[in-house]
Design a binder for this molecule. Structure first.
Ligand SMILES: Cc1ncc(COP(=O)(O)O)c(C=O)c1O
Length: 412
C-alpha cells in the first residue's frame, strides 16, 4: 500500500537512488526528514552537470563557462524566490536557516537593537532561532522573552499579546515546529507584531519543504529556510526580505563581490542581494536547490501537504495501538506538519533509535536542538519520525513493527 490519494510514492521512490540501499539487510525506511532529506536523481545530476560541464565562478568572468554558471546561479535564485512567492532581488543565498538568522543578527540587529529593547521568540524554537538573539541581546543590553505554549503544543497567543505590550523590536517565530509539528499562524503573528512596531522573522526550515508557502500571505520582514531539508543539497538556503529592508541593512561579511568600490579607509557596497553574498558562493548547491524546487513543483506542494496529512493520520492511528506510545504535539492535523515526536514508555530514545536501525528504520532521537521545548515537555529527549514525499504507509508499518519489537525487548 504505497499510493496515497495525493501522490504516487512508488514512482517517486524510483527517483531517489539512496532508497535502494539496504540497512542491516533490510529496506531503508528513512524517517529522519526533519534533520535532512534525501536527494532525487535530478538534484544529484544538477550538481554533477555543473562540475562536469560548466564549473566556473559567477559574476566575474566573461568567458563562456563564467556566463553559463552565472545564468544558472541567477536562474536558481529566480526559481527559489518564485517557489515561495518572493522576489529574486529579495533573496540572499545563505548556507541555511542558521546562517540566515545570524545574518539578521549582525546585519540588521547590530544597527537596530538598542539597550533596553525587547526581543520576542517562543519556547518551541530551534536553537538557531534562539541563540543568535541571546547573543544579540547580550551584546546590546536588550532582553529576550519567550511566548509560552498551551498544553496541546500550540502557541499561547495570550502570552504573545502580553509580550507585544512591551513594544518588542523583533519577533522571531517558527512557521512549523521541528519537534511538535505545530504549524503557527504566522500571518496573524506577523500582522500583530508589525502593529506593535516589531520587525518579524519567520523560520521556514520545516514549512517550505512540506506546505505551500506564499510570503505575500505570511507578511514577515525576514523569512529563512534550508535547502537540504527540501530535497536540495547541504550548504545552501535562503533568506528572503523586502529589497528596501535589505538595502537599509549593513553588510554581514566583508570580502569580494559584496563591494562596489574599495578605498584605503572605506568601501561602498554592491546592490542587494549581492551585498550579502561575500566571497565565492555555493554555486553548485544553489543550482541544486533550483532542481529540488523543480522536483517539488512538479509534484505540487498542495499534494505534498495532503500526502503528509494522510500519513500523519495513518501513523497516529497505527502507533497509538503500540503499548507505551506517547506522542507530543497538536491533535488537530490541520495545525500539524509531518512530524511525530514521541516517547515509548521510559525507553531511552537513543536505545529506541538503535533498535529501529537494526530494522532499517532511521528516526532521530535526542533534544532536536530545542532544549527550551524539552524542558517545557519535561523530558530529556524524544524520538522523532518525520515524513517526505517518498514515505508511505509501509514505512509507518515498519516503524510500528520496530516499536513493537522494542516493546518486547523492554518488556513493556
Ligand atoms: C525549525 C528549524 N529551524 C532551523 C533549523 C536549522 O537549520 P540548518 O541546520 O539547516 O541551518 C532546523 C534544523 O533542524 C529546524 O528544524
Amino acid at each position: 500500500m504505497l499510493k496515497t490519494e495525493a501522490i504516487d510514492v512508488e514512482s517517486i521512490r524510483k527517483d531517489f537512488p539512496i532508497l535502494r540501499r539496504k540497512i542491516h539487510g533490510k529496506r531503508l525506511v528513512y524517517l529522519d526528514n526533519a534533520a535532512t532529506t534525501q536527494k532525487p536523481q535530478s538534484v544529484i545530476d544538477a550538481l554533477v552537470r555543473f562540475y562536469s560541464d560548466y564549473n566556473s565562478n559567477v559574476h566575474r568572468s566573461v568567458h563562456t563557462l563564467g556566463e553559463e554558471a552565472t545564468v544558472a546561479y541567477e536562474g536558481a535564485r529566480e526559481k527559489v524566490a518564485r517557489f515561495v512567492g518572493g522576489t529574486a532581488k529579495g533573496l540572499v543565498f545563505v548556507r541555511g536557516t542558521t546562517e540566515a538568522t545570524n545574518l539578521v543578527r549582525f546585519a540588521w540587529g547590530d544597527k537596530n537593537v538598542k539597550r533596553g529593547d525587547v526581543i520576542v521568540s517562543t519556547l518551541m524554537e530551534h536553537h538557531s532561532n534562539i541563540v543568535p538573539w541571546q547573543l544579540l541581546a547580550r551584546s546590546k543590553g536588550a532582553t529576550l522573552k519567550f511566548v509560552g505554549l498551551q498544553a496541546d503544543g500550540t502557541l499561547d497567543m495570550g502570552s504573545f499579546e502580553d509580550l507585544l505590550k512591551a513594544s518588542p523590536r523583533l519577533v522571531a517565530v517558527t512557521h512549523c515546529s521541528n519537534v511538535l509539528g505545530t504549524i503557527n499562524d504566522v500571518a496573524t503573528i506577523c500582522l500583530k507584531a508589525r502593529k506593535a512596531g516589531a520587525v518579524t522573522l519567520v523560520d521556514g526550515a520545516q514549512s517550505v519543504p512540506h506546505l505551500p508557502v506564499d510570503l505575500r500571505e505570511v507578511g514577515a520582514d525576514f523569512y529563512a529556510f534550508s535547502g537540504h531539508k527540501m530535497l536540495g543539497p547541504t550548504g545552501i538556503g535562503a533568506l528572503l526580505a523586502k529589497k528596501s529592508m535589505l538595502e537599509e541593512m549593513e553588510p554581514f561579511q566583508g570580502g569580494g563581490e559584496m563591494i562596489r568600490e574599495v578605498f584605503p579607509d572605506h568601501a561602498t557596497w554592491n546592490d542587494v542581494p549581492y551585498k550579502f553574498e561575500a566571497g565565492t558562493v555555493s554555486i553548485a548547491d544553489a543550482i541544486g536547490l533550483g532542481a529540488a524546487v523543480d522536483y517539488l513543483s512538479s509534484i505540487g506542494m498542495d499534494k505534498v501537504r495532503k500526502h503528509e496529512i494522510l500519513l500523519l493520520q495513518y501513523a497516529l492511528d497505527a502507533l497509538s495501538k503500540v503499548k507505551g506510545f506517547h506522542p507530543y504535539g497538536p491533535e488537530d492535523l490541520r495545525e500539524r506538519g509531518g512530524v511525530i515526536s514521541f516517547n515509548l514508555a521510559d525507553v531511552h530514545p537513543h536505545d529506541l533509535a538503535t533498535i529501529l536501525d537494526e530494522e532499517g528504520v532511521a528516526i532521530r532521537s535526542g533534544h532536536h536542538c530545542a532544549q527550551l521545548l524539552m524542558r517545557w515537555l519535561d523530558v530529556a529527549a524524544t524520538s522523532r519520525a518525520s515524513f517526505q514525499v517518498y514515505n508511505s504507509f509501509d514505512d509507518v508499518d515498519a516503524l510500528k513493527a520496530g516499536l513493537e519489537k522494542a516493546g518486547r525487548i523492554f518488556k513493556l
